[in-house]
Design a protein around this ligand. Sequence first.
Ligand code: NAD
Length: 510
Amino acid sequence: MDFLKELGIKEKNFGASTGLTWFETTDNGELEVISPVDGKKIASVYLASEDDYEKIVETSQNAFKIWREVPAPKRGEVVRQIGDELRKYKDALGTLVSYEMGKSLQEGKGEVQEMIDICDFAVGQSRQLYGSTMHSERFQHRMYDQYHPLGIVGIISAFNFPVAVWSWNAMIAAVCGDSNLWKPSSKVPLTAIAVQNILADVIKTNNLPEGLFSLIVGRGSSVGEKFLNDKRIPLISITGSTGVGRKGAEKISRRFGKMILELGGNNAIIVTPSADLKMAIPAMVFGAVGTAGQRCTSTRRLIVHEEIYDKVKDSLIKAYLSLKIGNPLDESNHVGPLIDKAAVEMFKDAIIRAKEEGGKLITGGEVLEGEGYESGCYVVPAIIEAENQYKIVQEETFAPILYLIKYSGDVSIAIEIHNDVVQGLSSSIFTNDMREAEEFVSHIGSDCGIANVNIGTSGAEIGGAFGGEKETGGGRESGSDSWKAYMRRQTNTINWGKTLPLAQGIKFDI
Ligand code: NAD
């Protein structure tokens, strides 16, 4: 496979690096990476040891001390060069994302495009790390706030966006003056190793310090735990399930660390009687089956008005029956595999549980076997008629299961159903009624971090702040003013006068 060679992926790879240096630990276990596409072994990775971890953190601390003194626009110039390198490797890296994770080739390349886009965004951001000035209440005083580099930023990423999530964090952190340490999902470590290789030329050309961009592939129980508890890492960004996020957050907050939590979603689309179904149906189908339902923003619930319920249901069944399921590297297929067999078991289990609670499976739900499906990870996307209060509907099942829920009455009823889950990531409404649309995005509307009108729930542009409320964790990444989380904020008051007035008019005569 030429793309592996192009990306420097060997049969056996090391799992720890501070940039150009790889730690050649071989006695801490070896991770076999199996592709969900064909069930074949792609390569293996030697797991990093706790000793490697210690060396990486020390190196990364030193890198921070050097990097924070580089003027921010010059840091932006380095990020610009990283974007250019990613452009060169877009096809190869996109193909590896697709082969290692199982998303379609188009989505794999799209993910690399997202990395390139965030580099461009971060370059501009490097000249816009603004604070504000305030008028002081005291005579001849000046007051302002400013943002300083923070330190090492820890990045824990989920399997479903193996490379983009790193770049959302790392490129913004880099222009903010931070070094960063990436712990990718052990389901997709090769894409992370490939990214580390792509960075090498930029590191060499610019004589960047070792430890500025570090990588560690290790066991959660040893390296992962050390990482979460490590006081030397002021900020950890966790992208993953709510369960993992909750446990991580408890540890980070015990040491008063900062965190960005990007956790699970339970995203819904409301479809009202005036909706343009020509737009709504493809949005629902793409939202539910794209990336085989393994996006944090995948559409999991449809809340449809009773007047159009049967029409929507029939159109969806028709669309689902025409889906082509198979190798995601073949661009004519719509749906690829789930990440592994454990995910297939979760898919099957969720369908059983939904039925036990009274749900009606109306299409899909099978596991595919035979030629082309040897990995055992291909399933037929399912639609289940259900009610929002079912326990299983309240959970995020990371698979292509769409719950069809009927509502009657006005849009506020649909919004109430919509908000009645513990997660709060992405949401949307399809309507041509301006009042319904405005109510949905108003303060009495959707309680999610992302609320869309007449577009689906999945996929987001890097320019906006990405993240969700409630058990999705409250973090924000990527665009808008998300950069502020990667810096420490300081309020400064300068007295340029010859007296010492105290605040609040307090007198202290001595
Ligand atoms: P996961 O929670 O199983 O793992 C997430 C990451 O945490 C992985 O890198 C994993 O290795 C790491 N991890 C697990 N235990 C750890 C420990 N003890 N110490 C340190 N690290 C540890 O999630 P996943 O299956 O990889 O991804 C799917 C989940 O991620 C879904 O819930 C999805 O909604 C969520 N997700 C959220 C967003 C978002 O932006 N909100 C984006 C992508 C995925």
